[in-house]
Design a protein around this ligand. Structure first.
Ligand SMILES: Cc1cc2nc3c(=O)[nH]c(=O)nc-3n(C[C@H](O)[C@H](O)[C@H](O)COP(=O)(O)OP(=O)(O)OC[C@H]3O[C@@H](n4cnc5c(N)ncnc54)[C@H](O)[C@@H]3O)c2cc1C
Length: 278
């Protein structure tokens, strides 16, 4: 199928993008790896596509003090190869190879993935597991939204209609940081049936500040808070028993299978968290 007709404008400034978002049924185009598919399937039919790929100020990856800042237009492939991310946000490095295939990662952007908020996507879960934040720019200027307040529902975020996601920020990892990542998909590169992104801090031989964020088990990334507390005490079996997820059946698996897989993933990720720093 072909998309419904639309107007196209490549913008030269963030201000221009924000202004054009005020037009009826306007939509931002970043890597196009999700949007173009939805247009071709006629799941959406915007009047205007605002191409932000020329906004090169939005594609940087840098360490700013104790925070890693990733511009919205950084490509998945760029993040996958970034030394800054490997050293200071290793959870994202671990997640990257699971996102689609190299051709998709060459075009897809981190900002696009977070803004699209697919409940089975890796990056929203990583951002929540890392207690990260989102920077958005709209007609009233910039604001920062905590990841825990950003994912509101199925493909629904806290972004206002005229806001552009401009960057994401996560606390930089240090010697005490522990991360873990695992997912189960039918084929490598498919969206996960269930996935788990996790972070914690080493505390002697145990863990503290455990954050277990599942994806593919609800309308948004979901933290398993009871299991987090239990895992911090070092008992993996008890953490699996404490998993309080409530997934629905979907096209990939029944709720029962998803719950079982969530336990399998927790055992794998718990081992990674309890190992030495990556
Ligand atoms: C075959 C295939 C397999 C895939 N597998 C996976 C997978 O396993 N895991 C996964 O996570 N993803 C997967 N993807 C999706 C891929 O990661 C996308 O790149 C990503 O979801 C969207 O990023 P994008 O830059 O392509 O955004 P686009 O497709 O350009 O935009 C997506 C949506 O976000 C909005 N948007 C984009 N940028 C911004 C911004 N800066 N501010 C506000 N709104 C914005 C757009 O208006 C649009 O509504 C797959 C895609 C394909 C085609």
């Amino acid at each position: 199928m072909k998309p419904a007709p639309f107007a196209y404008k490549k913008v030269r400034s963030l201000g221009e993008a924000v202004a054009l978002l005020g037009e009826k049924d306007a939509r931002l185009l970043a890597g196009g790896q999700s949007l173009i598919a939805t247009l071709n399937m006629r799941l959406s039919a915007p009047n205007l596509l605002i191409d932000i790929n020329g906004l090169t100020d939005l594609n940087g990856i840098s360490l700013k003090g104790s925070v890693v800042e990733i511009g919205a237009l950084a490509r998945h492939a760029q993040a996958e190869r970034s030394d800054v991310i490997a050293k200071y946000a290793p959870l994202i490095t671990r997640a990257m190879p699971h996102i689609g295939h190299p051709a998709i990662r060459n075009r897809g952007t981190l900002g696009g993935s977070i803004a699209f908020a697919d409940p089975a996507a890796e990056l929203p879960a990583c951002l929540l597991a890392l207690d990260g934040e989102i920077e958005a720019t709209g007609p009233k200027g910039k604001r920062t939204i905590k990841a825990q307040d950003f994912f509101k529902g199925l493909f629904e975020t806290a972004l206002a209609p005229q806001e552009v996601l401009t960057a994401i920020r996560v606390p930089a990892a240090n010697a005490d940081t522990r991360v873990g990542f695992a997912e189960l998909a039918r084929r490598h590169g498919d969206y996960a049936i269930v996935g788990l992104a996790a972070s914690a801090r080493a505390d002697g031989k145990g863990l503290t500040d455990v954050r277990l964020t599942y994806f593919g088990v609800g309308n948004t990334p979901v933290r398993a808070k009871k299991a987090e507390t239990t895992l911090a005490s070092g008992n993996i079996d008890a953490a699996v028993a404490a998993l309080d997820l409530d997934p629905n059946d979907d096209v990939q698996a029944t709720a029962k299978v998803k719950k079982h897989l969530a336990g399998v993933l927790l055992r794998r990720v718990a081992k990674q968290l309890l190992e030495a720093r990556p």
